[in-house]
Design a protein around this ligand. Structure first.
Ligand code: ADP
Length: 554
């Protein structure tokens, strides 16, 4: 081999914050704090710069080292999107330890399981979670210290023998700290999948995978972020690293705005306007609430021009509303925790520009084309490649430098499937089509797809139609037992507040939009739908709740 003559500089997470501080030092990081306003009304919003964040991340690294945290040790976080959490992203990983973001919306038993499974030595937590921490602590014996992310004046009134104060720990250090030059394959962070079935599984990222993923995610045909942007990630930092935005924004020097715990439509809208946010990112349920608020209050966005929507299928009706009523371009994205998380984004190619609005909407409604680095394919039951004709669907497999090779401690089995060249592909659990232009469209999670008389029906397609009805706020479709066809679609709907709609009207709405045998057999109205800890429809619960439902066609 003739080796290239290029400097060997490892791809490290610390280099992102070093870069942001050196080259975009005065770009702002603004956070809505969890502590809330002081008695005089000030202080609810905290602002500082990448330069300040870099110094405090180094102080945090020093503080953790003083507590005895070593290379490879896991340090957990139970926190909202905010500046101290951002410091943890860099301080913990930067020093060579592993940052473990814990999703506080999981059930306490799951939290205990993952904190113990990860062997977190310290846990950082936001004040909101103080009561939760008090409950978890007795069952998490390995945690040597619970660090409240606040100052002395706001310390929570909980009795824990090993309660520490973040601001005191940081203030005791001077920030004169050199980031270690780690091997780029060193583990940097850990995130568990929400595990709707079985125990949560740990995905262990590396410095290299994180930095390469951040490069790819920032590209113009991916999330398209730049130094002229103001990004407000609504997607939590505990959900697949907030889709890499804490890294990507530092890489390009974008201003960051963190919403803290206030994720309702009104609070988000006010922050978008006050901080002149240009781009945001989150799951469809969050945007549902925001659009509801904006619609009721007749608000428009003065600076936001685009938003990334993923985590669940974004209904075409939502894309249309954002784009046509609010002038906000939707970037429909797909990925998963095991993929760091980005795999595809739906942006148009040059040849699409001349298409009609409706044709463009149809492309944007797909989950999109691959971003370089996360290759994909669809296969049949025997593992044979299926054609990219936009019609045939199969199991979606992915492969690339930021995709999981196996789960933490090997628990969760060996996930990879080998191809004929012996290369490992990760099965996503999604069923999808890929069209000749390379746009992938998810038909369903393989366990959600409705199998009726040997044929398959996509629940996502049926849900997208229902939410296209002006009286529908949210919809879920599940397979319901049918004596002749095994399963038939049952539509479960939440109406918009004050809207009038009958079962018959909604079922009629499907006529002409789908093949006759795809039409839901029944429709029920409910006040709300259950969601997972990451904002997806919790279909396991719905299937359980409607197990005894008798279809009128049965
Ligand atoms: P969790 O299970 O922790 O919520 P993930 O975010 O890893 O985790 O979930 C990944 C799954 O979410 C994907 O496999 C897919 O089923 C679904 N998903 C993500 N984005 C989309 C999208 N744009 N359209 C449809 N499904 C999506």
């Amino acid at each position: 081999m003739l080796r290239g003559l290029i400097q060997e500089v490892p791809l490290l997470i610390s280099s992102l914050i070093t870069h942001a501080s050196r080259h975009h030092g005065d770009a702002e990081i603004v956070s809505r704090t969890v502590e809330g306003p002081a008695a005089d009304g000030s202080g609810a919003i905290h602002r500082y710069t990448y330069r300040d964040a870099h110094k405090r991340a180094r102080q945090l690294a020093q503080a953790l080292a003083r507590l005895g945290v070593k290379d490879g040790d896991r340090v957990g976080t139970l926190a909202w999107n905010g500046y101290r959490h951002f410091e943890a992203f860099y301080g913990i990983s930067g020093m060579g330890a592993v940052m473990h973001t814990v999703n506080p919306r999981l059930f306490p038993e799951q939290l205990v399981y993952i904190i113990n499974h990860a062997e977190d030595g310290y846990m950082l937590f936001d004040l909101t979670f103080a009561p939760l921490v008090e409950k978890l602590a007795p069952a998490c014996k390995g945690v040597k210290g619970w660090i409240a992310m606040t100052d002395r004046a706001h310390m929570p009134k909980i009795t824990l023998p090993n309660l520490l104060c973040y601001e005191e720990l940081v203030a005791a250090e001077n920030g004169n700290y050199e980031w270690p030059q780690l091997d780029e394959y060193t583990a940097s962070s850990l995130c568990y999948t929400s595990g709707t079935t079985g125990n949560p599984k740990g995905v262990l990222y590396s410095h290299r995978s994180t930095v390469i993923h951040a490069f790819a995610a920032a590209l113009p045909d991916a999330l398209n972020i730049s130094a002229r942007d103001v990004m407000l990630p609504v997607v939590p930092m505990f959900h697949a690293n907030a889709w890499s935005l804490p890294y990507g924004c530092a890489m390009v020097g974008a201003k960051l705005v963190f919403p803290g715990a206030a994720l309702d439509g009104k609070s988000l809208y006010e922050l978008f306007e006050a901080e002149k946010v240009t781009v945001s990112a989150g799951v469809p349920t969050v945007w549902l609430a925001l659009l509801m608020y904006a619609g009721q209050e007749k608000k428009k966005f003065s600076t936001m021009n685009r938003t990334v929507i993923g985590g669940s299928a974004c209904p075409p009706a939502m894309i249309k509303t954002f784009q046509e009523e609010y002038g906000v371009q939707v970037l429909h994205a797909w990925g998963m925790t095991e993929m760091s998380p980005l795999g595809t984004v739906s942006t148009l190619k040059a040849k699409h520009l001349k298409l009609s609005k409706e044709q463009k909407l149809a492309i944007q409604s797909k989950q999109g084309h691959n971003i370089f680095g996360a290759d994909m394919k669809i296969v049949d039951g025997e593992g044979k490649d299926l054609p990219w004709d936009g019609k045939v669907f199969g199991d979606l497999l992915v492969r690339g430098p930021w995709i999981t090779s196996s789960y933490f401690k090997g628990e969760g089995g060996d996930p990879l499937r080998l191809d004929e060249k012996g290369q490992g592909w990760f099965p996503t659990g999604d069923v999808a089509t890929i069209d000749p232009d390379g746009y992938m469209q998810i038909t369903d999670r393989s366990k959600d797809v409705i199998k009726t008389g040997g044929e398959w029906i996509s629940t996502i397609d049926l849900e997208n139609i229902a939410v296209g009805h002006p009286a529908v706020a949210e919809a879920a479709v599940i397979g319901c037992f049918h004596p002749k066809w095994d399963e038939r679609p049952l539509l479960i709907v939440v109406k918009k507040p004050g809207a009038e709609l009958t079962r018959e009207e909604l079922l009629k709405f499907y006529e002409g939009k789908v093949a006759k045998w795809w039409m839901p057999d029944d429709c029920v109205f409910v006040d709300q739908l259950p969601h997972t800890a990451t904002g997806k429809l919790l279909k396991t619960k719905l299937r359980e709740d409607f197990k005894g439902h008798k279809l009128p066609t049965a």
